[in-house]
Design a protein around this ligand. Structure first.
Ligand SMILES: Nc1ncnc2c1ncn2[C@@H]1O[C@H](COP(=O)(O)OP(=O)(O)O)[C@@H](O)[C@H]1O
Ligand SMILES: [Mg+2]
Length: 221
């Protein structure tokens, strides 16, 4: 559960850059943003807010996540294609090989983007396998000139970066937007604490004290 319900606190600069990217995408300028930072700094929260903003603007949106440690091949992508192209998606023809799968993935994005702009977020790229990264690169290149935005979340910790991910990051197009998240500033941290305390004080007093049984109280954060 998110700490606050109204989206990220203290990320107005990053959200403004994402809004600017959505403006560009809506004008048929395919764009890529990479959100990097250490674990817990707020990458997923920002990506989810970006997806929400895109949806509010009428984009077709999809959010995929890599599975912890080492994702199986293509792990985040079927969910993305399902969201954009219905239940079959390009993976229905995966048995025909990688080239056919990639081409079908690009077709899916092209068809979806013919209806309205598309925004795709793929989170936790530090766990992506090589095939998922290759598909991400292919789709980014195939989407040039189309209203397609791609956002990727990745941990900053070099120890978490596999050699394929390091090369993938190095080969991103020059115009990729890099958002390197640090901690939020003091006044945003104050807002965050106030918001969390506000939520706790709205809980029934029994929930705040715990159930009275020996198990510890759970807190909605
Ligand atoms: N800017 C923020 N405003 C409010 N809550 C935040 C913010 N950044 C992170 N959080 C909260 O902190 C926790 C960790 O954030 P998360 O986005 O999952 O981090 P990461 O994806 O970088 O590991 C979550 O509970 C999230 O709701
Ligand atoms: Mg995360």
């Amino acid at each position: 559960m998110p700490l606050v319900e109204d989206g990220p606190v203290g990320r107005s600069g990053e959200l403004a850059r994402i809004e600017a990217l959505l403006d560009r995408v809506a004008k048929d300028h395919a764009s890529v943003v990479v959100v990097a930072g250490e674990a817990g700094v707020g990458k997923s929260t920002l990506l989810e807010a970006a997806v929400d903003r895109a949806a509010q603007r009428g984009f077709a949106v999809a959010l995929g996540r890599c599975a912890p440690s080492q994702s199986p091949p293509y792990w985040p992508w079927p969910r993305v294609f399902r969201a954009l192209c219905g239940s079959t998606g390009p993976f229905a023809i995966a048995s025909k090989g990688r080239a056919a799968l990639f081409a079908a993935g690009a077709d899916c994005l092209e068809q979806a983007s013919a209806e309205r702009p598309v925004f795709i977020a793929v989170d936790d790229l530090q766990w992506a396998d090589e095939s998922s990264l290759a598909l991400a690169s292919y789709l980014a290149a195939a989407g040039a000139g189309l209203p397609i935005g791609l956002a990727f979340g990745v941990r900053d910790d070099a120890g978490e970066r596999s050699p394929p991910l390091t090369s993938w990051l190095a080969e991103l197009p020059a115009d990729v937007v890099h958002l390197s998240l640090g901690g939020i500033d003091r006044s945003a941290a104050f807002d965050l604490v106030r918001s969390v305390l506000g939520r706790v004080s709205r809980l029934p007093s029994r929930s705040r004290r715990g159930s009275g049984r020996s198990s510890p109280a759970t807190w909605p954060v």
